[in-house]
Design a binder for this molecule. Structure first.
Ligand code: NIG
Ligand code: FE
Length: 404
């Protein structure tokens, strides 16, 4: 007799993501003991159970808790005006050069308290959770001074403590050069001297990211910053080759970054380097289509070259005002050439890899009991039925966090 805190019965198809593809099991049962899976398999092989709570999946599909591995969901205000300006023909780079873009959100974030930031960001966290997200990465990068960058990371910490998702925090102080600095290198010096040590000491983030881009940070800035971050025990990430080809992808490979995001403009050499170095490539399809005139992220080429490919929302007020990671996966199929199965792996198992986590994103014995009972027969519906909330029951750490 297996004791269970939770049993999910009558599952039509469960996408375990174990091995390659969806790793589907039909007519399945999931048994949970506390926060872990103690059995997953066909009903015919299930042990006798003495259980507490039971969920009837009604013949529908179950998938791992979704993982949104790249977001900027802590911010204040919005930038609908810039969206409208771009629709009239201005570019993201032009708006940024004119003092808009990241710096405009920076002004709002600097003026906000942790409590205000938590209130605002929690709405997005709840929207994500309702749609099946159980782990989300959150970056700083709109504070751009020592105090405000720390404030953003404290906000992320509170979201993880009070919200229904696990939060993985990333320091992105190198998101834009603050107005108080003339040179990007001087701000990088300040980050290394004044922010990194505190972030590492107080465990406010587990990784450090840099926006390598014309008008933002150079490859040399990025290299210096990420080396220092590695010395502090943080993992490295790069925003690379989004608006111009500046060498961010090769830097990510050289430094052994955990992930590189965007990648619209990578060339074949970059792709080979990313594959060789095992850098998880984040396809941020929403940002690609949200900004007009972006080249399609070569998701197909990345997979074919042997890269591990994740998909994420990039949720932010400037280039991807959306909390819908399933939609990001749908767009990764039609815009970036992933198969439906690859896109689903991108928001589960490969999202976990982008965060350096191996205890989730896959449903098998011993893994975290984070999963979603869908209101759909096929897991593929998640990437096929755009914009529809398909999560009927969301379970995180063995507990129901939302039920439609
Ligand atoms: O990932 N590329 C840089 N950073 C964000 C945009 C941030 C913003 O515009 O507020 C991104 O797209
Ligand atoms: Fe981003």
């Amino acid at each position: 007799m297996l004791w269970a805190s939770l049993v999910v019965e009558n599952i039509g198809r469960v996408a375990t993501m174990d091995g390659s593809g969806l790793g589907e099991i039909e007519d399945a049962v999931i048994v949970v003991d506390a926060d872990r899976i103690s059995f997953i398999g066909p009903k015919s092989a299930a042990p006798p159970l003495s259980g507490v709570k039971r969920i009837d999946a009604r013949g529908c599909a179950v998938v791992p808790g979704l993982i949104d591995c790249h977001t900027h969901l802590v911010f204040a205000g919005d930038r609908s005006d810039e969206f409208a300006r771009r629709a009239r023909g201005e570019t993201y780079a032009q708006i940024m050069a004119a003092g808009g873009g990241i710096r405009s959100t920076m002004r709002r974030v600097r003026a906000a308290s942790v409590a205000e930031l938590v209130d605002d960001a929690m709405k997005r966290v709840l929207a994500m959770s309702k749609r099946g997200v159980t782990t989300v990465e959150v970056k700083s990068g709109y504070g751009l001074d020592v105090k405000s960058e720390i404030k953003m990371l404290e906000t992320a910490q509170v979201l993880g403590e009070r919200g229904p998702v696990d939060v993985v925090s990333t320091l992105l102080a190198a998101h834009a050069v603050p107005p108080e600095y003339d040179a990007s290198s001087a701000w990088v010096d300040a980050i290394i001297r004044e922010i990194l040590p505190e972030v590492a000491r107080d465990q406010l983030a587990t990784s450090c990211d840099v926006f390598v881009e014309a008008g933002a940070f150079s490859v040399d800035d990025g290299r210096r910053l990420l080396r220092a971050a590695l010395d502090h025990g943080l993992a490295a990430r790069v925003h690379a080759e989004q608006l111009s080809h500046t060498g961010g992808a090769k830097l990510a490979a050289e430094i052994g970054a955990l992930s590189a995001g965007h990648l619209e403009l990578v060339d074949d050499d970059d792709i080979a380097a990313l594959a060789d170095a095992n850098v998880v490539c984040e396809v941020l399809s929403l940002a690609q289509v949200f900004l007009r005139g972006q080249r399609a992220i070569p998701g197909r080429k990345l997979v074919d070259a042997g890269c591990t490919v994740a998909v994420a929302t990039d949720c932010n007020p400037g280039t991807a005002m959306s909390t819908d990671v399933a939609l990001a996966a749908g767009l990764a199929v039609t815009q970036c050439g992933l198969t439906a199965e690859e896109a689903l792996r991108g928001i589960t198992v490969n999202g976990a890899r982008a965060l350096g986590l191996s205890d989730r994103g896959v449903l098998s014995k011993g893994k975290r009991a984070d999963f979603v009972v869908l209101d759909a027969k096929s897991p593929v519906d998640l990437v096929y039925r755009w914009g529809e909330p398909l999560a009927r029951v969301v379970v995180r750490r063995g507990l129901v966090v939302s039920e439609a």
